[in-house]
Design a protein around this ligand. Structure first.
Ligand SMILES: [Zn+2]
Length: 244
């Protein structure tokens, strides 16, 4: 494919945007100009980068409703400044009152971590051993967990140790190893959402909000790609650090 043909793949986005803006302004000529002045989203969304889970589309929301961060496998970790900053800004400065951690079925990141952290013949005899943190030596030899073509495999092996994608999956792989050997991909998907909820709940932002008497709730949801429906996983907490 020529470079022009590649670049032209973005043209539908620009023409689609022009059509969308025209329709929005025809429907309500003051909506976008008013929204341009300020935002007050009620919800902070922590989701997966997957193209099939666009938060405002699947929840039928207009711009201005969802403050968002998305990454591989909808992870939220205490050492992730980007995700932490989104929650801090959304809750602490925009006064959003809810955080939703949203996993989804058939997640490539979760499936890759599930496969990489699966029990092997040598370590499946001891589940406790499988939950131990990875050694740095193990990390240095970590392989790429996403499927690659044969040519990519032959040229990129040496780069895998410092591959940001692999590094970002490491906590998810550790979570897989902490689950029972017979856990399913869906089990890991749900466990990952629950871990995210726990990390959000224990974040300085949420703890400070609760200490100040604010009503802020944290939720864990699961989006089903095939049905298009969101399931509340029942992890909601609005005042208590204990997550079911
Ligand atoms: Zn995903």
């Amino acid at each position: 494919m020529s470079s022009n043909a590649v670049a032209n793949l973005t043209l539908p986005l620009l023409s689609g945007n022009a059509a969308w803006a025209a329709q929005m302004n025809a429907t309500n000529s003051t909506f976008l100009p008013t929204l341009a002045e300020a935002q007050a989203p009620p919800v902070v969304w922590i989701g997966c980068a997957d193209s099939r889970v666009p938060e405002s589309v699947i929840t039928n929301q207009l711009p201005g409703q969802i403050f968002t961060t998305r990454n591989i496998g909808n992870q939220f970790h205490t050492n992730d400044d980007s995700a932490q900053a989104v929650v801090e800004y959304g809750i602490g400065h925009l006064n959003a009152s809810n955080v939703v951690v949203v996993g989804h079925t058939n997640c490539g990141g979760v499936k890759a971590a599930y496969a990489a952290g699966a029990p092997t013949a040598t370590d499946s005899s001891s589940h406790a051993h499988a939950t131990e943190p990875e050694s740095s030596d193990t990390c240095s030899r970590r392989r790429s967990y996403f499927a690659r073509s044969a040519s990519e495999n032959s040229t990129e092996e040496a780069e895998e140790a410092n591959d940001p994608l692999n590094n970002f999956l490491a906590p998810l792989i550790d979570l897989r190893r902490a689950l029972p050997p017979n856990a399913t991909v869906l089990d890991l998907t749900v466990a990952n959402v629950r871990a995210g909820v726990i990390h959000v709940v224990n974040s300085t932002t949420i703890q400070d909000a609760w200490a100040a008497g604010r009503e802020v709730c944290v939720h864990g949801w699961l989006y089903d790609l095939a049905s298009g429906l969101i399931q509340d996983l029942g992890f909601t907490t609005c005042s208590d650090s204990t997550v079911n």
